[in-house]
Write a protein of this length. Structure first.
Length: 75
């Protein structure tokens, strides 16, 4: 899961970062954050699957999580 590695690298450089993933990848992300020394790092979990959503459905879903993304980047 490259996104975890990217998130960790940004954080190490002092750049706030968060991960957006679907629920099916949650356990993998938790374990990878832990193995990188970032146990408990926040991420945003979307429902799975999302690949079948229309553009409008994806926009609606995304808008429901904007505040959580902002919170993860600013706290």
């Amino acid at each position: 899961m490259c996104s975890v590695h990217d998130t960790v690298e940004f954080e190490k450089r002092g750049i706030p970062a968060t991960l957006v993933l679907t629920g099916v990848f949650k356990n993998a992300a938790v374990h990878q954050f832990r193995s990188k020394g970032f146990d408990g790092h926040p991420f945003v979990e979307l429902p799975h699957p999302i690949s079948n959503l229309t553009r409008d459905q994806m926009r609606e879903l995304t808008l429901r999580y904007v505040d959580e993304v902002v919170r993860n980047l600013t706290t």
